[in-house]
Design a binder for this molecule. Structure first.
Ligand SMILES: Nc1ncnc2c1ncn2[C@@H]1O[C@H](COP(=O)(O)OP(=O)(O)OP(=O)(O)O)[C@@H](O)[C@H]1O
Length: 338
């Protein structure tokens, strides 16, 4: 029975991940000690201010960083495979087939000189070994699946000939072409109009459920995170500072940063499209991280101990944890939402 896949094991397992960019004058510690598990069929949202390491974490799952200027520590396992140990050939078989990414700007993912249809057909031929006619039929079915009107005509269009929303749907079709198990989405709707954002989010949620995909979304939008995610992980200065079910995190946040994020949003309305608000002070320089809690200089509850060393990780309900010394003080601090 040893070669049977363990369906109970998490599909994604990040353990003590650290990512340091070494190309500049000083090393930039973009991600520190991130551990995160995502099960099959589960959606996790990574939220936090700009520069908190959300995109870097996501991109590590596909090893998209410049190899020679990036130092990666810890473990990255997807579908039981060690992503950091993959050879170039293994990596290109893995990308798109096991894990696929949709980006904020489809024009960066789609090649401008080929029609969208040609790109999907090419991906299906390369990864799945399909012949041209079968690949074309599959591309057409994918366009129908993501509800692109006049799919046959649109397959023959170049990316720049499509509207933003249609391009995003085409990129989703391309990402799903080879039946991946894991969908990674980096601010997938930020560049779109509010109504198109909602349509795309609902489409992603529907596809994720129907296809039983695991997904990790990076977003600035708490409303979108609550809408699509089963669990939310809040990042600050490269660390996950709090993690829990979407419900738990919104109603019973325990990290002062999560509370500040929720409070900073205008009148606390959980409407979609409401971005994270601003919090007084600035995040730390990732090239000179402090020895203690990186949020302490902005935290009203911080003590000397918070400035001196890394805070402890406190576990609440199963799956809800916060990296903070002061969680006794934050219990019941309603984020002024309801
Ligand atoms: N290739 C790179 N070389 C050097 N620094 C990088 C590189 N990629 C990202 N960084 C830095 O790592 C830090 C974390 O970036 P990241 O993009 O993960 O933040 P984020 O939380 O996703 O923010 P945003 O919402 O703005 O995308 C930033 O300071 C960024 O400048």
């Amino acid at each position: 029975m040893t070669d049977m896949p363990d369906t109970q094991a998490p599909l994604v397992r990040l353990h003590d991940l650290s990512v340091t960019f070494t190309g500049g004058r000083k090393p930039v510690q973009a991600v520190s000690g991130v551990s995160l598990e995502v099960r099959r069929g589960e959606v996790v949202a990574l939220i936090g201010e700009s520069g908190s390491g959300k995109s870097v974490t996501l991109r590590t799952l596909l090893r998209l960083h410049p190899e020679r200027r990036t130092r990666i520590g810890g473990q990255v396992q997807v579908a039981g495979r060690d992503v950091l140990a993959m050879t170039g050939r293994e990596l290109s078989a893995y990308r798109g087939k096991v894990a696929s990414m949709i980006f904020q700007e489809p024009l960066l993912a789609l090649d401008p000189v080929y029609t969208v249809g040609a790109q999907i057909v090419e991906s299906l031929r390369r990864h799945e070994g399909l012949d041209k006619a079968v690949a074309h039929a599959r591309a057409l079915a994918l366009f129908e699946r993501v509800r692109i009107p006049s799919p046959e005509r649109r397959l023959a269009a170049y990316p720049h000939e499509m509207s933003g929303g249609m391009r995003q749907r085409a990129m989703i079709a391309l990402a799903l072409a080879c039946n991946p198990q894991l969908l990674l989405a980096d601010e997938p709707t930020t560049a779109l109009d509010a109504t198109v954002q909602i349509q795309i989010l609902l489409l992603l949620r529907e596809l994720q459920r129907d296809l039983g995909l695991a997904a990790i979304f990076v977003t600035h939008d708490i409303g979108a995170a609550v809408e699509v995610a089963d669990r939310i992980a809040v990042m600050y200065a490269g660390r996950i500072v709090e993690e829990g079910t979407a419900r738990e995190l919104i109603h019973r946040p325990r990290h002062p940063y999560t509370i500040a994020l929720l409070r900073s949003r205008a009148h606390g309305a959980m409407d979609r499209g409401t971005p994270l608000g601003t919090i007084a002070g600035a995040p730390p320089d990732l090239a000179a991280l402090p020895p203690g809690c990186a949020f302490a200089p902005r935290c009203a509850l911080a003590t000397e101990a918070c400035l001196d060393g890394q805070p402890r990780v406190v576990q609440f309900d199963p799956g809800h944890r916060a990296r903070c010394n002061r969680t006794d003080e934050t219990a019941g601090l309603a984020p002024a939402l309801a």
